[in-house]
Ligand binder design. Structure first.
Ligand SMILES: Cc1cc2nc3c(=O)[nH]c(=O)nc-3n(C[C@H](O)[C@H](O)[C@H](O)COP(=O)(O)OP(=O)(O)OC[C@H]3O[C@@H](n4cnc5c(N)ncnc54)[C@H](O)[C@@H]3O)c2cc1C
Length: 536
């Protein structure tokens, strides 16, 4: 799909032109690249790291919807099989269990609510797929240092990550015109570019996009250790436990006998001093006892709450941590970044294919900004309870003390609200019609179809096209780019037509229910036009 317009504009040093250039081969950039590539879009990725190997892990809890998205690009099953499934989370105050939650699942659903697996292992699976994909090229060891754009394309300047001096101002390669770039600088062009270059996004900085928010004072010590422990495969969270008085501890299971222990520590915590003094060893022993263990990964983090002021500047869009940054309690960082990719991929593909106007990209910004704001609000509430500011500390402590006996206090305890797929409301999606199940703006609830398949599988098979799920009626004729699925299985009916009346649901390629209409050709077409911002 690379346009000849771009190819003909190539200067002598322009070595690569793609439909889309992605900056950053993290989980968000790789997921986006694969979603696009599976739809025939050519993608070039600029990655500053020199190899795919990643030290350490960061994210751990992969949500069901994320697995579904990965399933559509061929790695969902593998990640789920390699990971540790869990569905129970317990919260304690000191030695007393306050409550437990069991995450909902249903027999129609393919993946468990959450799978724990290290981010680096997921990235390896994504990289393997990307390296084998004919439409993806990863330029490792290329640090993006410049970005410019005009009416037709975005041009990025990349330098070898190992060389820090490239001698000239390449902030805006478009301004350089056809002049050759300095030695060691590569120009890469795409019709669109996506900044998936993480929290310290250079693209965001070069575009002058602000990233307001704040940083939490407390820090978190994270130890992934390998040990044979009699711990359950559950998320367990303690406030003020004997093994970390006054602060919190979180324990998570991982595959291969690895456990993540996450201690809240003071802002001036010094890991080297902790290790040298033997206090680190004591910390671990207080939790695991006298069992052999090996350190797998150890680090100290400070968490941030930030959101970019704008997510699109012309042909450049932000996604993932480049656009939003939040504390990981609730597992909303990577999971929402992957949802950004799913939202953006089909929109970029539709725009590139000329199916819809470019303004469709603004709906990416509106929808995912709303999701980021919700995630930031939820995680901020958790952090406020976990690391209370001085004016809330006494009240927080009183809530915790009361929570062992008082159900109202217990309900106010916040140890993290786990990620769920965004529900789009508030005018972002058309309102549902009276009498229809309130599914518009939600992600497709999975169910077995008449032929024993699953709705999600049917969506994957639609390969980037919309699905018109029609229940209780013959299939309406649909516009190009829409696949009809007429199904009357009891499982599908119970969710989509509980009152028995015939309906069509328009399902977007990212799995969202965009509209519920009468199953007529005109209504389905009108709903599709509205959902793609296309002109009738
Ligand atoms: C301790 C911890 C635990 C977490 N746990 C969870 C969890 O359980 N669940 C969850 O959902 N989230 C979790 N998160 C958040 C999650 O790790 C991030 O949201 C996720 O890494 C974001 O992915 P990304 O692809 O946007 O960015 P990144 O993973 O940061 O990837 C960005 C990529 O861009 C590259 N890059 C950067 N600058 C340039 C440049 N100038 N040129 C070229 N390449 C560049 C980097 O090398 C990197 O490969 C956790 C985070 C932390 C710190």
């Amino acid at each position: 799909m690379v346009s000849s317009a771009i190819a003909s504009r190539s200067g002598p040093d322009l070595r690569a032109a793609y439909d889309v250039v992605v900056v950053g081969a993290g989980p968000v950039g790789l997921t986006l690249a694969l979603l696009l590539a599976d739809r025939g879009v050519s993608v070039g990725i600029l990655e500053a790291r020199t190899t795919p190997e990643q030290q350490g892990s960061k994210a751990l809890c992969m949500q069901r919807e994320t697995l579904e998205i990965w399933h559509s690009i061929g790695i969902g099953e593998r990640v789920a099989q390699l990971g540790t499934a869990w569905s129970v989370g317990r919260t304690y105050f000191r030695d007393t269990e306050l409550f437990s939650i069991t995450l909902p699942g249903s027999s129609g659903e393919h993946f468990p609510p959450f799978v724990n697996i290290s981010q680096s292992e997921v990235e390896q699976a994504l990289v393997q797929r990307a390296l084998a994909h004919e439409h993806v090229t990863i330029h490792y060891g290329q640090t993006m240092v410049g970005v410019g754009q005009d009416d037709e394309a975005v041009t990025l300047a990349g330098v070898l990550s190992e060389s820090s001096s490239y001698g000239a101002d390449v902030d805006d390669p478009v301004r350089q015109g056809d002049r050759p770039m300095p030695d060691g600088v590569r120009r890469i062009t795409g019709r669109y570019a996506v900044a998936a270059d993480g929290a310290r996004s250079q693209v965001r900085r070069l575009l002058g996009i602000d990233f307001p928010g704040h940083t939490h004072a407390d820090r978190f010590l994270i130890a992934d250790i390998r040990a044979e422990l009699p711990f359950p495969a559950e998320r367990r969270f303690w406030f003020d436990p004997p093994f970390n008085p006054g602060r919190a501890v979180l324990i998570h299971p991982q595959p291969d006998g690895i456990w993540r222990i996450d201690w809240q520590v003071p802002g001036d915590f010094d890991l080297d001093a902790e290790r040298e003094s033997g206090r680190l060893e004591q910390r671990i022993r207080q939790i695991i006892g006298d069992v052999d263990y090996a350190e797998v990964w150890l680090t100290v983090y400070r968490f941030h709450q930030r959101c970019a002021g704008t997510w699109r500047q012309g042909r450049v869009l932000l996604a993932g941590d480049a656009a939003h940054l939040m504390s990981p309690f609730g597992a909303r960082g990577l999971n929402s970044g992957v949802a950004d990719s799913a939202n953006l991929a089909w929109k970029l593909e539709h725009v590139l294919a000329g199916r819809t106007p470019e303004s469709l990209l603004d709906s990416y910004c509106d929808e995912r900004l709303a999701a980021a704001q919700e995630n930031l609000a939820v995680t901020e509430e958790t952090m406020r309870f976990m690391a209370p500011p001085p004016d809330f500390r006494a009240e927080r402590d009183a809530i915790l003390r009361a929570s062992t006996t008082d159900p109202i206090a217990r309900a106010a305890v916040n140890s993290g609200r786990l990620a769920t797929p965004m529900i789009y409301a508030g005018g972002l999606f058309p309102a549902h019609r009276p009498g229809d199940p309130e599914l518009v703006g939600t992600v497709l609830a999975d169910a077995r179809t008449e032929d024993g398949s699953r709705l999600r599988q049917c969506l994957t098979s639609a390969a980037g096209r919309w699905l018109a799920l029609t229940v209780g009626a013959r299939s309406p004729a649909v516009p190009d780019g829409v696949v009809v699925l007429a199904d009357d299985s009891p499982a599908v009916r119970s969710i989509y037509a509980p009152d028995g009346s015939a309906r069509s649901y328009l399902i977007r390629p990212d799995g969202y229910v965009a509209a519920c209409t009468d199953p007529t050709r005109e209504d389905v077409r009108a709903a599709w036009l509205a959902g793609t911002a296309a002109q009738p």
